[in-house]
Design a protein. Structure first.
Lengths: 333, 333
DNA sequence: GCTATTGACGAAATCGATTTCTTAGACTTC
DNA sequence: GAAGTCTAAGAAATCGATTTCGTCAATAGC
């Protein structure tokens, strides 16, 4: 031991001694079981005097579950995920749970490590925004630990998921550009292995086909990151017959795409741009850009609600909640 | 209980039985104590077969400390703090610790709640970016729990702190604007109660005095938020003799200030702007802006190192680590 | 050859709260 | 008034890993 007044950790036994009752009675008072009014008064007085705080570790050991949930996300620096985290935290703390935020940097190995920790820590449940494709979620399911996938659904029966209607979002993003008079609307999306990236492309295709302007020559797969968006846009602009607008499937790539546009001497709305997800703190750059608002915080809230339900014992079949994106993307001021 | 194969939680006793040794021996193997080669082999084999993971709750109860540290920050959606969090997490996880991220929204009541949780959970330590002024850190200190203040120092002896040299940063930000030929350099800073805000102002004053351009009529206190920055800049531009440049004390206010400039038909570098802290994902808007890079990640790393040292038993006097800001802010491309 | 020393390892105590039993009264009910 | 509920509350087991304390045997030392 290092410090001086370290301990000061009052135990239930000390409270019991002070109140002149047994530890069992103290526990009953603290947990709302039947106790005589007199005992309760004594215990509460003693607890207050000693500033007793129950040791959660001991409680957890006995009860065999914790009041902590893990939130595993691929990128803590992406505002979409921090907003999502905030949603989770709001709901979780309202329900008496703490949230441990785990950042995987899109690395399946780190994701796997965190899943292992969640198991070893006996955390109550896990909310997972899957990093790669093959998420190592089997272990959680095998041990019967509640899991909710968020943002992307896991191709795994029995796991709840909360997503947005990416296809509809992609379609309305593209439609809004066509409606504004653009004719060659490109699409920059995420990795082809990622569900959200594919669905957003599909929405774009639907709008494109309706307006009959060619095939996939204006489609680019990138990596959901700034540099990827920049490269993809540069590539599109170098085409013999370049696009005059683009749907960009996430906020980070849009930042890169704007870079590339600027380098080519273009800016919205001269070049039409519709983006999935907002870039907070950048209102001054949103001019002329159509933003499909993603309900990031609501995603987190819905996922947390679902998870807390499972933890509370909800045994029903797996559900997938799909939230609506903003169907009428408008230019921001 | 809900699910089916719930438990499956292998205990040290089962491993011991399988290996034909006592639980004590299993524990010794898992913790690197002296054990015969033969026993070790048997135990490792049994542990592997049963996929044994030690129950951390039980370990924590016995050892009376957890491998979890709390990181309490005022705004999870501010990129500065997420970068800081990442730094903390890097170091902590390298040292075998998990990080619980707590978001206070600048609310002292929430901060206090989280400090209470950190105590009750017997977390190993706390890294605190204090929300308001009077941080309720006394309880932690009273119980001898290690605490490190980050970003702002607490006016409390005995608490380690990690900060940046805000005064020097403020000075070099202003100097770089004067050097570029601007003559009326304003300053938009944070709340007057906040240490970083005051120090940055002082740096600005030093540069201003050297270049002899008036007093504090070009100084505005705002709130470190987007709207505050917008209002402050609008106010400055409405002056009879408005500034031609400004030092803005954080990234969020800079976003607001840029809004106000745009509304007035101004953009950098026509109007000079030097900003504390970067806005990631917004490279396309940094043109012509001088950014004083804040070593957010390094702050987190230093704080974590300090805290882990304390947890390990470092008993020395309280230290304050001051990191250097970027002393030569340049325009970003 | 006989006592120290050392090493491996099992038995059992321990961490602190919860949760069975159990028991002792108090209160009904016929 | 005897037998049958309840209720309150203490004693003790329990959760799972760690750690102290001994024991037993092998090696070292004189």
């Amino acid at each position: 031991m290092t410090g001086a007044a370290k301990g000061a950790n009052v135990t239930i036994y000390q409270v019991a001694a002070r109140a002149g009752v047994s530890p069992a009675t103290v526990s009953r008072v603290m947990n709302g079981a039947r106790v005589s009014a007199e005992s309760e008064r004594l215990v509460r007085a003693a607890a207050a005097e000693l500033a007793f705080t129950p040791n959660r570790t001991a409680r957890r050991l006995r009860r065999n579950h914790s009041e902590v949930i893990a939130l595993i996300i691929p990128d803590i620096e992406n505002p979409f995920f921090t907003a999502l985290a905030r949603g989770v935290e709001n709901r979780a703390s309202a329900g008496g749970y703490s949230v441990v935020l785990c950042n995987t940097d899109d690395d399946p190995a780190r994701e796997s490590t965190y899943i292992g920790i969640a198991l070893a820590e006996h955390m109550a449940g896990v909310i997972l925004a899957p990093a790669g494709d093959a998420s190592d979620v089997g272990r959680l399911v095998a041990y019967g630990r509640p899991v909710v996938a968020v943002d992307r659904s896991l191709a795994r029966p029995g796991v709840d998921a909360v997503t947005v209607d990416n296809r509809a979002g992609g379609q309305s993003a593209a439609e809004s550009l066509f409606a504004a008079g653009y004719t060659r609307v490109a699409c920059i999306t995420g990795p082809s292995t990622v569900e959200t990236a594919q669905l957003r492309v599909e929405g774009w295709r639907q709008a494109r086909d309706r307006h009959g302007t060619g095939g996939d020559e204006l489609l680019r797969y990138a990596d959901y990151r700034v540099d990827g968006g920049r490269a993809a846009m540069a590539d599109l602009l170098a085409l013999g017959e370049p696009p005059d607008a683009a749907v960009v499937a996430n906020n980070l790539m849009a930042a890169g795409a704007l870079d590339a546009l600027r380098d080519a001497g273009l800016t919205p709305p001269g070049f039409g741009l519709a983006v999935f997800g907002d870039l907070p703190f950048a209102s001054f750059t949103r001019q002329g850009i159509r933003v499909v608002d993603l309900p990031a915080r609501e995603l987190g809230e819905a996922a947390a609600d679902l998870l807390l339900g499972r933890i509370a014992g909800d045994d029903g079949p797996a559900r997938t909640v799909v939230l609506r994106t903003d169907r009428s993307p408008r230019e921001k001021k």
